[in-house]
Design a protein around this ligand. Structure first.
Ligand SMILES: Nc1ncnc2c1ncn2[C@@H]1O[C@H](COP(=O)(O)OP(=O)(O)O)[C@@H](O)[C@H]1O
Ligand SMILES: [Mg+2]
Length: 397
């Protein structure tokens, strides 16, 4: 039999139906209760329960406490409820670290499902799973090798490090990451967004197309004209739901600044900004980096990757860095022998088919760098959710 779990209740309102239902659950022990947000932290510190049920009431104050406490107490699972559970409140609660959001009419079955989902972590005394580090691959124009990079990083992370990795193709009209992986997705971003309300994250293994490497993959819509049905807000909500389920999310991003792309860039913890050393691309790179600065992105959110880097000018790195005003994170060598093209033709990323190839070795090094950085930070960078134009003009929403 599963071991007992302890829980506390923090609510400025009278106990609600979710409280009653949780109290009825077998194996649960209510060890504390308080009616003011201000007292909550002392209670959590003193009792260190397995689960804390928070009634968020109308929102703001509770959300602030939830965000603070979920960072302070990584071992406690936070369940939330609210009399008026608006979709926006639910999404924000999940974003602030709620493990589950229980609606006021949640029945016993729903409560036991929620308990079951946190049970393995509670029983083993492990910290809550961290939210996936989200890495966005952004080429400063088409043909930079963005998809090549995104796909290879994702499969390598899934296969070699046994991590839960998700690759999303957010190039909505002409995305082709599926081709690089030789996958024919039955379900795309569009179907996921259309069914977001009923999406069961515990069934992602069955829902999402997998790959031999262990990677999960979400393709763009099958028909190009359906791309416009995908909204930035929808994609943001999906990411919020998926982030707790993975260790790493890699996004193959479009190269022009529309609302969806901007949302993806906003959500990213790290943007791999991919360019190469011809004049027009370097010009685009400089302008992109300047825009990222104006968008308020922190310097450490951006890493510049130079692809097709010719061996002969390896010595000139410093002058290139001086010219773009940033250090180069990674240089991927130019491949003239067709190995990359062949890997696309056979649908097997080069990092799997030829792991000792110079291109693969560089990419493996980049992956190590990304993961080491992720461990050092261990939390997502704070997000700025204001729209591009407003951010650029500095107006408030
Ligand atoms: N370092 C490289 N050397 C040679 N060819 C490359 C290199 N990187 C990418 N390519 C090739 O360039 C083409 C475009 O790559 P792709 O990843 O589709 O770019 P993007 O997604 O930026 O449009 C592909 O045929 C790919 O094999
Ligand atoms: Mg591409």
């Amino acid at each position: 039999m599963a071991k007992e779990f302890s829980w506390i209740y923090i609510s400025e309102n009278d106990p609600d139906t979710v409280f009653d239902a949780l109290q009825k659950q077998e194996g649960g022990r209510l060890i504390g209760q308080c009616g003011e947000w201000l007292q909550g932290e002392a209670l959590l510190t003193r009792l260190q329960p397995d689960i804390a049920l928070l009634d968020l009431g109308t929102g703001e104050e509770g959300l602030d406490y939830l965000a603070r406490w979920s960072a302070l107490f990584p071992r406690i699972r936070f369940f939330c409820t609210a009399g008026q559970a608006r979709p926006e409140l639910i999404v924000r609660a999940m974003r602030c670290g709620a493990g589950e959001f229980l609606l006021p009419d949640a029945d016993d079955e729903e409560i036991s499902r929620a308990l079951k989902s946190v049970r393995p972590g509670v029983d083993s005394g492990r910290d809550r799973p961290a939210r996936a580090r989200t890495v966005c691959c952004f080429g400063v124009k088409g043909g930079m090798g963005t998809t090549t990079l995104a796909v290879n990083l994702a499969v390598a992370a899934a296969k070699n490090n046994g991590r839960r990795v998700l690759l999303i193709d957010s190039k909505l009209q002409l995305g082709n990451a599926a081709l690089f992986l030789d996958i024919k997705p039955r379900i795309s971003l569009l179907e996921l967004l259309e069914n977001l309300a009923t999406l069961e994250v515990s069934r992602l293994d069955a829902i999402l197309p997998g790959h031999g490497s262990g990677l999960h993959f979400i393709a763009g819509p099958e028909n190009m004209e359906e791309a416009e049905k995908i909204t930035a807000a929808g994609l943001g909500r999906l990411l919020e739901l998926l982030r707790p389920e993975y260790d790493l999310i890699i996004i193959d991003c479009d190269d022009h600044f529309d609302e969806v792309t901007i949302r993806v860039l906003d959500e990213a913890d790290l943007i791999l900004t991919i360019a190469q050393l011809d004049l027009s691309t370097v010009y685009n790179l400089k302008r992109t980096l300047a825009l990222f600065r104006r968008m308020g992105y922190a310097e450490e959110k951006i890493a510049v990757v130079l692809n097709r880097y010719p061996q002969r000018i390896s010595d000139e790195l410093q002058s290139i860095e001086g010219s773009i005003g940033r250090s180069i994170c990674c240089r991927l060598p130019l491949q003239e022998n067709g190995a990359l093209l062949e890997s696309i033709n056979v649908g097997e990323p080069i990092i799997l088919s030829r792991p000792r190839h110079p291109f693969s070795l560089q990419m493996a090094e980049l992956l190590n760098h990304i993961q080491a950085e992720g461990r050092a930070k261990n939390t997502a960078a704070p997000r700025n959710s204001r729209g591009l134009l407003r951010r650029l003009t500095g107006r408030k929403e």
